[in-house]
Design a binder for this molecule. Sequence first.
Ligand SMILES: C[S@@+](CC[C@H](N)C(=O)[O-])C[C@H]1O[C@@H](n2cnc3c(N)ncnc32)[C@H](O)[C@@H]1O
Length: 187
Amino acid sequence: MKEKKINKWEPENFELEMTTHWSFPNRGDWATHDAKWHGNWSPYIPRNIILRYSQEGDLVLDQFAGGGTTLVEAKLLNRDIIGVDVNETALERCREKVDFDYKLAKGKVYIKKGDARNLDFIPDESIDLICTHPPYANIIQYSENIEEDISRCKIPEFLGEMKMVASESYRVLKKDKFCAVLMGDTR
Ligand SMILES: C[S@@+](CC[C@H](N)C(=O)[O-])C[C@H]1O[C@@H](n2cnc3c(N)ncnc32)[C@H](O)[C@@H]1O
């Protein structure tokens, strides 16, 4: 375990979002969060989703783990989580981000190189919550030559790939549980 000087483990005066319009002027800098993975989401987003749609001890999945924001939040909030990404650089960043010791953070983190379109290492109906943030087609291209990286696809092809992601998500999710996906506009 690396020594890290962390003074803040949770957001100050946090309140769950109560409407459909969410705005986070300060993106959130508690625990190991920063904005260094290009296009990562504000930790306020997975924090709201995880708290509203799961319980402590649940198993969460982020199959587009990127820089690990969701993994950090799940660990802090005592949920277990599987983080998947096709990009080894992203996975390395995930490992660094969850490498902290905090007595109240009891969630276990499993990090796996894999493709969100084929999660065959995850059994059917085994996940309590999906909380994920795919690329927005090719707005930010995350790699030059990783064949499975769907951020290299233009919109028509991307839509077909996301259909496979939806089907895999449905397979692994327990019945009557939630799947939360952040998707941005293309511009
Ligand atoms: C928008 S980023 C996720 C950012 C993350 N929410 C965060 O806060 O750091 C999307 C990620 O999807 C990954 N990705 C692209 N194609 C994938 C695929 N087929 N399966 C899994 N991950 C993929 C990219 O490598 C990239 O890290």
